[in-house]
Design a protein around this ligand. Structure first.
Ligand SMILES: [Zn+2]
Length: 406
């Protein structure tokens, strides 16, 4: 980040004095030249047209993940929010006057993104300026390490206030959902013909994120936003660090044993509810061994006792969540497995204090399920079912928790 700030200091030196002395020289945002677009795997690109160059700075904030741009000073009134924001990788944008003389643009992120490049060019003839900001997917650690408002001489701004989570219709805060697209990187998960589980689940997770964000009642974080290997332990750690309220791991495995077709929602259990569930759990944990991460024995005994206590509180909430998701998907027509609620010892569900479930959307080993999961229309209805399930669970959980005084 520091290189960027040197660049900013330079911009300040070039334009700051003139702007500071002349308030009529306020820059206007130019809507035709302003857009935030998805660049696929390469990231997100923000273009902002300005009627003139102004000093600016960019930095990141966490909890929730945000990219903040401060300007001196921009009139945003020409911008149309819908036309400006054209990617779902940014959950929402806010812009406006921040404190007198300063304007702020805040991008709320569904997952950590890092500033790759930022550049403001001023056209020598017209004086108009163009800001290009390129954001690239990153992991939580790198994001957290560079997050925070910089202290810079000449930027006499108050500490940036944390923007509170958007209040909901019922006055409660948004539920923060950690979506965990199964597998990734060297671990493809189930593979059938020309497709595989890791790719399908990343696609579905993005669609589900979009459906959740559209309701306005959820914040969404993801354990991975691209084809990257993430260890099971790390997926849980990411959920904790993001302050997730629920954790949903998304899968579509392949199983030859038993009647493996239709959606199933799993909760954690030491004893798998059947042999097929046990084999599935073993197979998932094996992927971590492939990548050199061994979860077994990672807790010491004292920690185990404490974690077990926390799990006892979380367990009924996880079970209720699983049931609610099953109901939501069933309402959409499924198809559901004949026993849609099961338990197994999936390591990825071992967060002691976050209700966690693993959804097998279907099984790629079943031709019918494969056809469904490859169909965007079917996926949309299942995403809708999961949204319904989450909404219902959230209501019930609030009531139950208020009854036990938590
Ligand atoms: Zn899987």
């Amino acid at each position: 980040m520091s290189r960027i700030f040197y660049a900013l200091a330079l911009i300040w030196a070039l334009t700051g004095a003139a702007v500071a002395q002349d308030f009529s020289a306020l820059a206007r945002a130019l809507p035709e030249q302003s857009r935030i677009v998805d660049e696929g795997n390469t990231g997100v690109r923000l273009d902002l047209g300005l009627s003139q160059g102004v000093p600016y700075r960019v930095f990141t904030l966490r909890d929730p993940y945000r990219i903040v741009l401060d300007f001196q000073e921009v009139d945003w009134s020409g911008l149309n929010r819908e036309a400006f924001l054209r990617t779902s990788r940014i959950s929402s944008i806010q812009y406006g006057a921040y404190v007198p003389g300063w304007s702020r643009l805040v991008l709320e992120l569904g997952a950590p993104l890092a500033v790759e490049t930022v550049d403001l060019r001023v056209d020598e003839t017209t004086g108009a300026a163009h800001l290009s900001l390129h954001l690239k997917g990153t992991d939580f650690d790198s994001f957290a390490a560079s997050a925070g408002a910089p202290r810079q001489p000449g930027w006499d701004l108050p500490e940036p206030a944390v923007i509170p989570a958007l209040p909901q219709r019922d006055g409660t805060r948004a539920l923060r959902v950690m979506l965990d697209p199964g597998h990734g990187g060297i671990d493809p998960g189930a593979e059938v013909a020309d497709t595989n589980e890791k790719t399908l689940m990343l696609t579905f997770s993005r669609e589900l994120r979009e459906a959740l964000l559209r309701t306005g009642g959820f914040e969404v974080v993801m354990t991975r936003v691209d084809d990257q290997f993430v260890s099971l332990e790390r997926r849980i750690a990411l959920a904790h660090r993001a302050g997730a309220d629920v954790f949903i791991s998304l899968h579509a495995d392949s199983l030859s044993e038993g009647l493996a077709h239709g959606a199933v929602v799993y909760t954690l259990s030491e004893e798998a509810s059947d042999i097929a569930s046990r084999k599935l759990a073993e197979r998932h944990d094996r992927s971590d061994l492939i990548a050199g991460v061994d979860l077994s024995g990672s807790d010491d005994q004292v920690a185990d006792v404490l974690l077990d206590l926390a799990r006892q509180e979380t367990k009924p909430r996880s079970t209720a969540l699983a049931q609610s998701l099953v109901d939501g998907m069933a309402q959409q027509g499924g198809p559901m497995n004949r026993r849609p609620l099961r338990s197994a010892s999936f390591s990825v569900l071992k967060a002691a204090d976050i209700p966690s479930v693993l959804v097998e959307l279907g099984f790629l080993s079943s031709p019918r399920d494969l056809k469904n999961i490859s169909d965007p229309g079917w996926r949309a209805s299942m995403a809708h079912g999961l949204v319904l399930g989450l909404e219902n669970w959230r209501q019930d959980d609030l009531v139950k928790r208020s009854l036990v005084g938590q």
